[in-house]
Design a protein around this ligand. Sequence first.
Ligand code: IPE
Ligand code: IPE
Ligand code: MG
Length: 253
Amino acid sequence: MSQAATMPAPPPTRLPRHLAVIMDGNGRWAQRRNRPRTLGHRAGAKAVQVCVDYCLARGIGALTLFAFSSENWNRPEEEVGALMKLFLRMLDSEVGELQRRGVRLSFIGDRSGFPETIQTRMAQAEQHPPAQPCLALNIAVGYGGRWDITQACRSLAGDVAAGRLAPGDITETLLGERISLAGLPSPDLFIRTGGDLRISNFLLWQLAYTELWFTETLWPDLDDAVLDAAMAAFADRERRFGLTSAQVAGGAT
Ligand code: IPE
Ligand code: IPE
Ligand code: MG
């Protein structure tokens, strides 16, 4: 028997099944170059491609990107307008190619504030998903974690008012079924670029047991090396979900 045959196989690198990202730092990226913030957003759109390519190449099955928060509506009108234009341009130029590559696109968030054209394009992009998607790509736009929990509660309250559900029958599972991303495993890994150590009203419910990783890298500077560093940190974490280390290791309880 050859030596190679007797060697134990290297342990597979543990990758997240679902990666959630706060793409932050576009404005500072531009300001450091004495350019308008909107240029940073355009550069940030290219970094989205880097992140999507990375997930497709590594077989990460789900990616949720925070693109525009419910609070971002309060930014200067000019910046919000530029973001809307960029979003529309991205919808027009990228959706077809993403679908050809096996990406299933979904948008999460309150769409009501978006111009009609964008709402229509979002709905169109969600139609005709690939038969066998290799990546579920969720874009959070007009999204807030508090909005998400509120809309799930409103939906359950509707069932209660209609007599279909008793308040006492509401469980975490039932609420979880009404929350955005319900069909996917919870994010295993969260990444925030831009150096700030906060959640900024992203997936408040869904991140309950997600591993958090932060980097000073500004979003437009994202590259494979940054993502590799996040993956390496994730692979080293022990996820206990409230148990003891011994329990997780399958040893004594
Ligand atoms: C993230 O970058 C993109 C959006 C919130 C739309 P920012 O625009 O927040 O960039 P910084 O944090 O000001 O540098
Ligand atoms: C979070 O970034 C939202 C997005 C990246 C879309 P912000 O720049 O809005 O967050 P804060 O204001 O620094 O918390
Ligand atoms: Mg920011």
